[in-house]
Design a protein around this ligand. Structure first.
Ligand SMILES: Nc1nc2c(ncn2[C@@H]2O[C@H](COP(=O)(O)OP(=O)(O)OP(=O)(O)O)[C@@H](O)[C@H]2O)c(=O)[nH]1
Ligand SMILES: [Mg+2]
Length: 215
């Protein structure tokens, strides 16, 4: 009995989130904004990737940075003098469409053509929560271990592109980045997978091209 009630509640929450995500997406489209969200493991390089995209493209970028209790990532982005909103999730391990909807309200949407949303570092919780983005990129790195993809399949099944970052450290940590690529392909055969190092700049051009293609 209890289990049936739980499933019903969960379904209602998901439906409500999806409706709000659609509303967010419509809002982006009304303002000619392409929205990408970055999900991935803690410390995999999501904020570093945003910084690199800001430094290496001419987009009018806005950022929503999700963190559990701090505004660290938003503060890192502020030095670029672009619109940024930091969202604290409190105890929650993911952003949702409702929080993003609040964040959008603090952004000058007419002055942005690429909105990047950084989710809380987590490979499990964000999976079910659409935010309204047009493209979802998963960022993992070799330092989490080359079994990360196998252990967290769901997030890779729904993604539009995958970045396997920190390949400069692969040898040092004994990780096989090509194995990670093969593991993603097994889960999502047509997805674009890019190996990168934000220390050396390898793969950055391909990541930016992937966003451009998706647009
Ligand atoms: N060696 C190496 N270090 C990297 C690379 N990319 C990011 N880092 C470092 O990894 C650390 C974490 O990077 P962040 O960009 O903060 O990672 P994040 O995914 O935003 O982290 P959370 O928001 O806390 O989940 C920082 O010290 C970065 O300088 C890389 O390609 N190679
Ligand atoms: Mg970050």
């Amino acid at each position: 009995m209890h289990k049936v009630a739980d499933i019903e509640v969960q379904k209602n929450i998901m439906d409500a989130n999806n409706k709000l995500a659609d509303k967010n997406r419509k809002n982006f489209e009304d303002h000619d904004i392409f929205c990408v969200d970055f999900v991935g493991a803690i410390g995999s390089g999501k904020t570093s990737l945003i910084e690199n995209i800001i430094e290496n493209t001419d987009y009018k970028i806005g950022v929503i940075a999700g963190d559990v209790i701090s505004k660290f990532d938003a503060d890192r982005i502020k030095k670029y003098n672009i619109p940024v909103v930091g969202l604290n999730t409190g105890k929650e391990c993911h952003l949702d469409a409702h929080l993003v909807n609040h964040g959008i309200g603090d952004l000058p949407l007419n002055n942005i053509n690429l909105l990047i949303i950084e989710n809380v570092g987590n490979l499990i919780c964000p999976v079910d929560f659409a935010l309204g983005s047009h493209m979802r990129i998963v960022v993992v790195s070799v330092t989490e271990g080359d079994d990360t993809v196998e252990k967290h399949p769901l997030i890779f099944k729904d993604a539009d592109a995958v970045v396997i970052n920190k390949i400069d450290l692969a040898e040092a940590v004994g990780a096989d980045a090509d194995k990670m690529v093969e593991d993603v392909k097994k889960l999502n055969p047509n997805i674009e997978i890019i190996k990168s190092s934000l220390k050396t700049g390898e793969g950055l051009k391909e990541i930016i091209e992937s966003i451009e293609k998706f647009r």
